[in-house]
Design a protein around this ligand. Structure first.
Ligand SMILES: Cc1ncc(COP(=O)(O)O)c(C=O)c1O
Length: 356
């Protein structure tokens, strides 16, 4: 079969949409899914005919390697609708290259870009009524790949399934978050998989995060595994610090996810003539800045929450409250990003991708 033949997606449409049963004002994020899903299997050394079918449960052998060895990677992205009903993605090619970087690290075959983009746009066109207009509304999109070989053997699978499922979303976190700076547990290590969206990275955070939550913090800011002195990122967000009027964020590395919101915020800072430094930043530096009243803001960046302001952090038993700032960078970036995503602001860097 010619490669191009495979770009044709086999489509089975849902007989009846579930959309009328959904209360879009009170969405329980990640629990409601659209009418269709995309799937494509890797068998006999190649990706097979992609399919779109009604969203449904599937049967997988209990010995499938994903269950035993965690050979799984995923992405998180969103679709937005403007007031004329046009649907947009935000920098989707970056999600494609990132899932392939994650896949390569987990010994999973890369997924062709044409399949990814065609799968996304075809699925979104079928389920476009699920993307509600209005700033704050979006459709969360979850592409993922799992190892499906039926064999308990600690070696890479020969068979995989690539899928895309979609879930309507409103703002993910509401309000500000209190964060704990990690002193004992680590999220990632040099030479490890921290840069990848590997499923196991998230499972490994659940326990330390649940301990932090019991102490009244919503998130952990992870530090480097060697010294616990350098600030890296939060659970599903990159993290920025504003000392006086300078914005600082850690450089990406093999321990840190190369966030698409992060790099967009770095660009927006430049566009807004805000001083931005991409460099290592230490816990002592932010504690000293907080003591001197120079730590103006901390905020997380990520697709789900866009920008999530931090109201307080704790380290070594000392709590630092961060006072509200009138001219907050977090609010500026959130507004600009949401407006670009919803086609309300000029898109200078070609980040919007129209789904037609
Ligand atoms: C560990 C981690 N860091 C940062 C981010 C933010 O990345 P992005 O802005 O591409 O959503 C995410 C979410 O995808 C994440 O899981």
């Amino acid at each position: 079969m010619m490669e191009t033949d495979l770009y044709e997606i086999d489509i089975v449409k849902a007989e009846k949409s579930k959309i009328q049963d959904v209360d879009f004002e009170n969405i329980n994020f990640g629990r409601v899914f659209t009418d269709h899903m995309f799937t494509c299997d890797f068998v006999d050394g190649k990706w097979q005919q992609p399919k779109i079918m009604p969203y449904q449960a599937m049967t997988i052998d209990p010995s499938a390697r994903v269950f035993h060895y965690g050979q799984a990677v995923f992405e998180g992205m969103k679709a937005y609708k403007d007031d004329n009903g046009e649907v947009f993605l935000f920098r989707p090619e970056d999600n494609h290259s990132r899932i392939n970087k994650s896949a390569a690290r987990l010994a999973i075959p890369e997924f062709p870009k044409a399949y990814f983009m065609n799968g996304l746009t075809t699925l979104l066109n079928l389920d476009k009524d699920w993307v509600k207009p209005g700033v704050g509304n979006s459709l969360y999109i979850r592409p993922f790949v799992i190892a499906t070989d039926s064999a308990i053997a600690a070696a890479p699978s020969s068979n995989y399934r690539f899928m895309i499922i979609c879930s309507p979303a409103k703002a993910y976190y509401t309000g500000t978050v209190r964060v704990l700076i990690a002193e004992k547990y680590s999220r990632s290590a040099d030479g490890g998989v921290g840069f990848a969206k590997a499923a196991g990275n998230y499972a490994a955070q659940f326990y330390p995060t649940s301990l932090a939550q019991k102490s009244g913090f919503q998130q952990i800011i992870w530090t480097d595994a060697n010294s616990h002195e350098y600030l890296e990122e939060a659970g599903t967000m990159n993290i920025f610090f504003r000392i006086n009027n300078t914005l600082i964020t850690a450089p990406t590395s093999d321990r840190i996810l190369d966030g698409i919101t992060r790099k967009s915020v770095i660009q927006l800072a430049k566009d807004n003539n805000i001083d931005i430094e991409v460099r290592r930043i230490s816990v002592s530096e932010i504690k000293e800045a907080a003591h001197n009243g120079l730590l103006k803001e901390i905020f997380g960046t990520g697709t789900a929450a866009v920008i999530s302001p931090v109201s307080a952090f704790e380290h070594a038993g000392e709590t630092f409250e961060i006072p509200n700032t009138d001219d907050s960078f977090a609010s500026l970036f959130k507004k600009q990003l949401l407006e670009i995503q919803h086609n309300l602001l000029e898109d200078k860097h070609n980040w919007r991708y129209s789904v037609k």
